[in-house]
Design a protein around this ligand. Structure first.
Ligand SMILES: Cc1cc2nc3c(=O)[nH]c(=O)nc-3n(C[C@H](O)[C@H](O)[C@H](O)COP(=O)(O)O)c2cc1C
Length: 169
Protein backbone atom coordinates (compact mmCIF):
# COMPACT_ATOMS: atom_id res chain seq x y z
CA UNK A 1 0.00 0.00 0.00
CA UNK A 2 1.49 3.37 -0.92
CA UNK A 3 1.34 6.34 1.44
CA UNK A 4 -1.55 8.17 -0.21
CA UNK A 5 -3.63 5.01 -0.37
CA UNK A 6 -2.99 4.35 3.33
CA UNK A 7 -4.00 7.92 4.22
CA UNK A 8 -7.14 7.84 2.10
CA UNK A 9 -8.38 4.43 3.29
CA UNK A 10 -7.48 4.53 7.02
CA UNK A 11 -10.37 4.68 9.44
CA UNK A 12 -10.78 4.41 13.19
CA UNK A 13 -11.56 0.82 14.15
CA UNK A 14 -13.50 0.16 17.36
CA UNK A 15 -14.58 -3.49 16.89
CA UNK A 16 -12.05 -6.29 16.64
CA UNK A 17 -11.91 -9.97 15.79
CA UNK A 18 -10.80 -12.44 18.42
CA UNK A 19 -7.45 -12.91 16.69
CA UNK A 20 -4.19 -12.02 18.44
CA UNK A 21 -1.59 -9.60 17.12
CA UNK A 22 2.07 -10.48 17.60
CA UNK A 23 4.76 -8.61 19.49
CA UNK A 24 6.50 -8.07 16.15
CA UNK A 25 3.40 -6.35 14.73
CA UNK A 26 3.08 -4.13 17.80
CA UNK A 27 6.76 -3.23 17.66
CA UNK A 28 6.46 -2.42 13.96
CA UNK A 29 3.63 0.01 14.76
CA UNK A 30 5.73 1.60 17.51
CA UNK A 31 8.74 1.80 15.19
CA UNK A 32 6.58 3.73 12.71
CA UNK A 33 5.60 6.08 15.57
CA UNK A 34 9.23 6.79 16.31
CA UNK A 35 9.80 7.83 12.67
CA UNK A 36 7.58 10.90 13.22
CA UNK A 37 9.17 14.34 13.22
CA UNK A 38 9.74 15.93 16.65
CA UNK A 39 10.44 19.51 17.73
CA UNK A 40 14.17 19.94 18.47
CA UNK A 41 14.37 16.23 17.57
CA UNK A 42 13.55 15.54 21.23
CA UNK A 43 11.62 12.30 20.55
CA UNK A 44 9.40 12.64 23.65
CA UNK A 45 7.28 9.54 22.86
CA UNK A 46 7.31 6.56 25.20
CA UNK A 47 5.19 3.45 24.80
CA UNK A 48 3.72 0.81 26.99
CA UNK A 49 2.49 -2.43 25.43
CA UNK A 50 -0.46 -4.03 27.22
CA UNK A 51 -1.41 -7.58 26.30
CA UNK A 52 -2.25 -9.08 29.69
CA UNK A 53 -6.01 -9.55 29.90
CA UNK A 54 -6.29 -8.32 33.50
CA UNK A 55 -4.33 -5.12 32.90
CA UNK A 56 -6.17 -4.47 29.62
CA UNK A 57 -9.53 -4.86 31.33
CA UNK A 58 -8.47 -2.65 34.25
CA UNK A 59 -7.50 0.10 31.79
CA UNK A 60 -10.74 -0.48 29.86
CA UNK A 61 -12.70 0.44 32.99
CA UNK A 62 -11.02 3.87 33.03
CA UNK A 63 -12.80 5.05 29.88
CA UNK A 64 -16.32 5.14 28.56
CA UNK A 65 -14.96 3.08 25.63
CA UNK A 66 -14.70 -0.03 27.81
CA UNK A 67 -15.91 -2.46 25.12
CA UNK A 68 -13.50 -1.09 22.53
CA UNK A 69 -10.49 -1.64 24.77
CA UNK A 70 -11.67 -5.02 26.03
CA UNK A 71 -12.22 -6.23 22.48
CA UNK A 72 -8.77 -5.27 21.24
CA UNK A 73 -5.98 -7.79 21.05
CA UNK A 74 -3.57 -5.31 22.66
CA UNK A 75 -3.28 -1.71 23.77
CA UNK A 76 -0.42 0.61 23.04
CA UNK A 77 -0.32 3.41 25.58
CA UNK A 78 1.48 6.47 24.25
CA UNK A 79 3.08 8.76 26.81
CA UNK A 80 4.98 12.03 26.64
CA UNK A 81 8.17 11.98 28.70
CA UNK A 82 8.09 15.12 30.88
CA UNK A 83 11.88 14.98 31.26
CA UNK A 84 12.52 15.68 27.58
CA UNK A 85 9.53 17.91 26.75
CA UNK A 86 10.29 21.58 26.03
CA UNK A 87 7.05 23.24 24.86
CA UNK A 88 3.61 21.83 25.60
CA UNK A 89 2.04 22.74 22.26
CA UNK A 90 5.00 21.57 20.20
CA UNK A 91 5.47 18.37 22.21
CA UNK A 92 1.74 17.62 21.88
CA UNK A 93 1.99 18.15 18.12
CA UNK A 94 4.92 15.75 18.07
CA UNK A 95 2.92 13.10 19.90
CA UNK A 96 0.07 13.65 17.43
CA UNK A 97 2.42 13.03 14.51
CA UNK A 98 3.66 9.88 16.25
CA UNK A 99 0.10 8.64 16.84
CA UNK A 100 -0.92 9.22 13.22
CA UNK A 101 2.15 7.33 11.97
CA UNK A 102 1.09 4.46 14.22
CA UNK A 103 -2.50 4.45 12.91
CA UNK A 104 -1.29 4.48 9.31
CA UNK A 105 1.24 1.73 9.96
CA UNK A 106 -1.38 -0.46 11.63
CA UNK A 107 -3.71 0.07 8.68
CA UNK A 108 -0.99 -0.66 6.11
CA UNK A 109 -0.23 -3.88 8.00
CA UNK A 110 -3.87 -5.00 7.71
CA UNK A 111 -4.71 -4.14 11.31
CA UNK A 112 -7.20 -1.73 12.83
CA UNK A 113 -6.64 0.83 15.57
CA UNK A 114 -8.18 3.91 17.10
CA UNK A 115 -6.89 6.95 18.96
CA UNK A 116 -8.56 7.07 22.39
CA UNK A 117 -8.00 10.32 24.26
CA UNK A 118 -11.13 10.45 26.43
CA UNK A 119 -9.28 8.17 28.87
CA UNK A 120 -6.88 11.03 29.67
CA UNK A 121 -9.31 11.98 32.45
CA UNK A 122 -7.80 8.97 34.28
CA UNK A 123 -4.28 9.27 32.91
CA UNK A 124 -2.53 8.76 36.25
CA UNK A 125 -4.35 5.47 36.85
CA UNK A 126 -3.53 4.29 33.32
CA UNK A 127 0.16 5.02 33.95
CA UNK A 128 0.03 3.06 37.21
CA UNK A 129 -1.64 0.10 35.44
CA UNK A 130 1.21 0.22 32.91
CA UNK A 131 3.72 0.27 35.75
CA UNK A 132 5.20 3.67 34.87
CA UNK A 133 5.62 6.87 36.88
CA UNK A 134 2.60 9.16 36.27
CA UNK A 135 4.60 12.18 37.46
CA UNK A 136 7.06 11.75 34.61
CA UNK A 137 4.98 10.07 31.88
CA UNK A 138 1.94 12.00 30.69
CA UNK A 139 -0.55 9.67 29.01
CA UNK A 140 -1.56 11.16 25.65
CA UNK A 141 -3.26 8.33 23.75
CA UNK A 142 -4.41 4.78 24.34
CA UNK A 143 -4.45 2.86 21.07
CA UNK A 144 -6.39 -0.40 20.98
CA UNK A 145 -5.03 -2.60 18.16
CA UNK A 146 -6.40 -5.74 16.51
CA UNK A 147 -7.89 -7.24 13.39
CA UNK A 148 -10.85 -5.15 12.28
CA UNK A 149 -14.37 -6.53 12.58
CA UNK A 150 -15.94 -3.49 10.90
CA UNK A 151 -16.71 -2.29 7.41
CA UNK A 152 -13.63 -0.92 5.70
CA UNK A 153 -15.50 2.16 4.48
CA UNK A 154 -13.52 5.25 5.53
CA UNK A 155 -15.36 7.75 7.73
CA UNK A 156 -16.76 10.56 5.54
CA UNK A 157 -15.50 14.09 6.06
CA UNK A 158 -17.99 16.88 6.89
CA UNK A 159 -16.18 19.49 4.85
CA UNK A 160 -14.97 19.68 1.29
CA UNK A 161 -11.62 21.07 0.22
CA UNK A 162 -13.36 24.31 -0.72
CA UNK A 163 -14.69 24.58 2.86
CA UNK A 164 -11.30 24.19 4.47
CA UNK A 165 -9.05 26.18 2.14
CA UNK A 166 -9.79 29.58 3.61
CA UNK A 167 -7.57 31.63 1.39
CA UNK A 168 -5.68 31.51 -1.87
CA UNK A 169 -3.44 34.37 -2.80
C1 LIG B 1 -7.17 14.07 19.47
C2 LIG B 1 -8.07 12.91 19.17
C3 LIG B 1 -8.81 12.35 20.17
C4 LIG B 1 -9.66 11.26 19.92
N1 LIG B 1 -10.28 10.66 20.96
C5 LIG B 1 -11.14 9.64 20.72
C6 LIG B 1 -11.78 8.99 21.80
O1 LIG B 1 -11.58 9.28 22.97
N2 LIG B 1 -12.65 7.99 21.50
C7 LIG B 1 -12.89 7.58 20.21
O2 LIG B 1 -13.70 6.68 20.02
N3 LIG B 1 -12.25 8.17 19.17
C8 LIG B 1 -11.39 9.17 19.39
N4 LIG B 1 -10.70 9.76 18.35
C9 LIG B 1 -10.94 9.28 16.97
C10 LIG B 1 -11.91 10.22 16.22
O3 LIG B 1 -13.20 10.07 16.74
C11 LIG B 1 -11.86 9.89 14.73
O4 LIG B 1 -10.56 10.05 14.24
C12 LIG B 1 -12.83 10.79 13.94
O5 LIG B 1 -14.15 10.49 14.28
C13 LIG B 1 -12.67 10.61 12.44
O6 LIG B 1 -12.86 9.25 12.07
P1 LIG B 1 -11.73 8.41 11.32
O7 LIG B 1 -10.53 8.33 12.19
O8 LIG B 1 -12.36 7.06 11.10
O9 LIG B 1 -11.43 9.11 10.03
C14 LIG B 1 -9.81 10.78 18.59
C15 LIG B 1 -9.04 11.35 17.56
C16 LIG B 1 -8.16 12.37 17.85
C17 LIG B 1 -7.29 12.92 16.73
Amino acid sequence: MDTMEAIMTRKSVRAFKDQPVTDEQLEQIILAGTRAPSGLANEPWRFSIVKEETVKNNIAKLTKHTKVLEGASALICLFMDGEVGYDLVKDSNTIGACAENMLLAAHAMGLGAVWIAEIRKNKEQVALECGVDPERYDLMVVMPVGYSDESSEPTPRKRTLEDVIISRR
